[in-house]
Design a protein around this ligand. Structure first.
Ligand code: ATP
Length: 308
């Protein structure tokens, strides 16, 4: 978590990155309805921004950018819910107006909603001078959603439990990606249900060994990384959105070291050898018209932080 740098005019500006899963192992369905996960999270340089401005005693939200007109602006929005939960926990009755600039695709498997919740926690803790400790923010984050604690911290981390238990990972160097945004959304619960359905038919198993991946992260060798990337949700996501198969294959045909569905999809990730290779690959994939939008990005980057 980044400490406050400065803020002027009473407003606090926070930038928060999307997350990808370098490994996503889905365990059996638990009695509480969640799945045990073994996952390696990494923050990627695709950001949402949130500005919190002090107002008398109400909590309001406006949104611009990616999918802005489709998102709720009440407490169904994770950013507003996070602000409300923090106010209740800290016993604060001051208000805030939150303005969200979305660049992370909605329901894209990049944890955009969780990222915005993390951004709101950092912004409001600073705006209201609430003084919550990192441990208290982690606790609120875990109650808001499984990916929210990682979005607070960023970087690279091993996630266990339902993903909210984070363990440090030694990471060297920078990884370069092409991120292809699909035309359409996949609901995370629907992809989990499809994983369970396929498993019941004997199709797919729980991959919980991340040793090769952790070694690749330590050496930052792109070829080792390419063979170690894995997503237990990929078959289910491709089953629900068959066009993803062509998108993934297009990336391999154009020279990506590896192609992977991001989390529950439908965003696709392509590993490049270096920054220049990522640029070339992005141009080729744009010309192939296999995605709604194509971006270059790098990982790991830091988590939610105040930028002014
Ligand atoms: P994850 O990988 O964490 O499951 P995702 O990237 O697939 O998430 P999100 O963009 O987080 O998906 O959106 C999932 C749902 O959450 C959306 O359908 C949306 O209605 C709801 N949601 C609530 N708040 C937000 C927000 N601030 N940004 C995006 N979605 C939000």
């Amino acid at each position: 978590m980044t400490e406050a740098l400065a803020y002027t005019d009473g407003a606090v500006h926070v930038r928060v990155p999307a997350k990808i899963n370098l490994h996503l192992g889905i365990g059996p369905l638990r009695e509480d309805g969640y799945h045990d996960l073994t996952t390696v999270f990494e923050s990627i340089s695709l950001y949402d921004e949130l500005t919190a401005t002090p107002v008398e005693d109400t909590l309001t939200l406006t949104i611009e950018g990616e999918g802005a007109d489709t998102l709720p602006t009440d407490r169904r929005n994770l950013a507003l819910l996070a602000a409300a939960e923090l106010a209740a926990y800290a016993g604060i009755d001051a208000g805030a107006h939150l303005h969200l600039t979305k660049r992370i695709p909605i329901a894209g498997g990049l944890a955009g909603g969780s990222a915005d919740a993390a951004a709101a926690l950092i912004a409001c803790n600073t705006l209201w001078d609430a003084g919550l400790t990192p441990a208290e923010l982690d606790k609120l984050a875990a109650a808001l959603g499984s990916d929210v604690p990682f979005c607070l911290h960023g970087g690279t981390a091993l996630g266990t439990g339902r993903g909210e238990q984070l363990h440090p990972v030694l990471s060297m160097g920078t990884r370069h990606w092409v991120v292809a945004t699909a035309d359409g959304e996949l609901s995370t619960p629907a992809v989990y249900r499809e994983v369970d359905r396929l498993r019941a038919l004997g199709d797919g198993e729980y991959h919980d060994n991340v040793d090769a991946l952790l070694a690749a992260i330590r050496t930052s060798d792109p070829d080792a990384m390419a063979t170690a990337l894995h997503n237990d949700m990929q078959a289910a996501a491709v089953g629900l959105m068959p066009s993803l198969k062509d998108t993934l294959q297009a990336g391999i045909d154009e020279g990506a070291l590896a192609a992977l569905v991001s989390g529950s999809g439908p965003t696709c990730l392509f590993l490049a050898r270096d920054e220049r290779h990522a640029g070339v690959l992005a141009k080729r994939l744009t010309l192939r018209r296999v995605a709604r939008a194509v971006h270059v990005a790098e990982s790991p980057v830091g988590g939610a932080g105040v930028v002014g």
